[in-house]
Ligand binder design. Structure first.
Ligand SMILES: Cc1ncc(COP(=O)(O)O)c(C=O)c1O
Length: 446
């Protein structure tokens, strides 16, 4: 973006120091904007989309953003009293109660934990502000936040530009899976000076589409419990679970590995941030939740939850005041029948699983000229590491092959990849998309 207009007319002088420094990076918007106009196959859109008939019975083939019928139906049926009044700062009681039950029911088939240690979730307007408030809760400007080298590109804007934090990273992968040892070793080294270590863990991961296997989840728990025994400070694990439950392989943790850390160690503070935005495909509803796990050594659970909730409410009140009420009420109403919600989610998951399998097969069969995807097994995306300049490839793909992808380049981290959002490409188009990508790569070598 060119800001020279503000310099020429003198308006730049009116800006705060933050406003002078900050800007919205145009990377992802530039590529998705171009793809909208130029692409026949658009793999830039990070929301589940496709023909209505693919997720609704007796529907036509209009292409749209997928949704959960029970939630949309509940929205239609809302009483004005559920729409017009403010929601309480921590969220509508019906939603908070329903979401706590949902969280516990999601996790309990897969993890052994005491449900009493789970707080009543606090409502935030999306996972984005949820994880941003949490970093403000535990870190001051200049402090360091740890995340994986594969991370959502918005983390830089949220944490570095808006909050003045430093992001440190650790490789997500080693060989074909998660590098659990590297993460634990990094936490240990960051804690060496007695500091607390604050980390954000995002699985299924954007951009790689990776969820730890069941074994990796268990290994991470053991490794971090061991580190917690050895260090003086606390390990704060913020789980960015925006894409929770979109998992396509049997040996993969079906839901957030937060479940492993509930009550795991008095020096491990586990906090879950999940939401209706992606999980219930209600992106524009802007409803998500922050859920703390207690540890019995911290004393009176209710007092601890009340204190943490008060801090969160201060961040909410001091920024957005409170969240959209209608969306909370609709999700709460839909959750009165969790079975229906789960069934509707399964339908969407099946559609995405088809696309995932089509992509795996197509990449496996194509001559990718040495380009290799990151391990992927879940979520909305796949990240293809390419051996030609990723931005030039994305440009060629759009201009000559009419395929939209998002290039991801980070020379410091050695990342040169294109992100393919298979969540928005129908399975019948995936082989063709991969064929065009392999041809575009080949063009660079001939
Ligand atoms: C890893 C990750 N976390 C959070 C979000 C944002 O979620 P929400 O729409 O709930 O703010 C995204 C979305 O694009 C994401 O990729």
């Amino acid at each position: 973006m060119d800001f020279s207009v503000l310099e020429k007319n003198g308006l730049k002088d009116m800006l705060s120091k933050t406003a002078v420094d900050i800007f919205l990076p145009d990377g992802i918007f530039y590529w998705s904007g171009r793809a909208k106009k130029e692409a026949e196959i658009n793999g830039t859109i990070g929301s589940a989309r496709g023909r209505t008939s693919h997720f609704l019975e007796d529907a036509d083939d209009t292409v749209r953003t997928f949704y959960l019928p029970s939630v949309i139906e509940a929205l239609r049926k809302l009483d004005p009293e559920q729409i017009a009044p403010y929601a309480p700062i921590a969220g509508a009681p019906a939603f908070r109660k329903a979401w706590r039950k949902w969280v516990i029911n999601k996790l309990s088939p897969h993890y052994d934990f005491d449900a009493d240690l789970i707080c009543t979730p606090i409502v935030v307007p999306g996972a984005t502000p949820g994880i941003a408030y949490l970093s403000r809760m535990f870190l001051s400007p200049g402090d360091t936040l740890l995340c994986h080298d594969r991370h959502w590109e918005n983390y830089e804007l949220m944490y570095e530009d808006c909050q003045g934090l430093k992001i440190d990273t650790v490789p997500l992968f080693s060989g074909g899976g998660m590098d659990v040892g590297a993460f634990a070793a990094k936490v240990k080294s960051m804690a060496a000076s007695g500091n607390n270590v604050v980390t954000v863990l995002n699985f299924p991961n954007n951009p790689s589409g990776y969820m730890p296997t069941i074994r990796e989840g268990e290994e991470l728990r053991s490794a971090l419990v061991k580190v917690a025994d050895e260090i003086a400070g606390k390990i704060i694990l913020i789980f960015d679970d925006a894409y929770e439950g979109y998992v396509f392989e049997e040996d993969v943790a079906p839901v957030s590995i937060f479940g492993h850390f509930v009550g795991a160690h008095p020096d491990i503070v586990a906090i879950k941030c999940d939401g209706a935005t992606k999980e219930f495909l209600l992106y524009g509803g802007r409803v998500a939740a922050v859920t703390f796990a207690h540890h019995p050594d911290w004393g009176d659970k209710d007092a601890v939850f009340a204190a943490l909730e008060n801090k969160m409410k201060a961040f909410i009140r001091g920024s957005i005041s409170n969240c959209n009420r209608a969306a909370q009420e609709a999700v709460a109403a839909a959750l009165e029948d969790e079975y229906i919600v789960a069934r509707e989610r399964q339908t969407i998951n099946d559609v995405l699983a088809d696309r995932y399998r089509a992509l795996k097969t197509a990449i496996g069969n194509a001559d990718m000229k040495g380009c290799v995807p990151d391990p992927f097994n879940s979520g909305f995306f796949c990240s293809l590491n390419v051996n030609v300049p990723a931005e030039e490839l994305a440009d060629k793909l759009l201009g000559e092959y009419r395929v939209g992808v998002i290039p991801i380049v980070n020379s410091k981290l050695g990342i040169n990849a294109v992100r393919i959002a298979f969540c928005s490409v129908e399975s019948e188009m995936i082989e063709e998309m991969v064929d065009r990508i392999s041809k575009a790569v080949a063009d660079f070598w001939t």
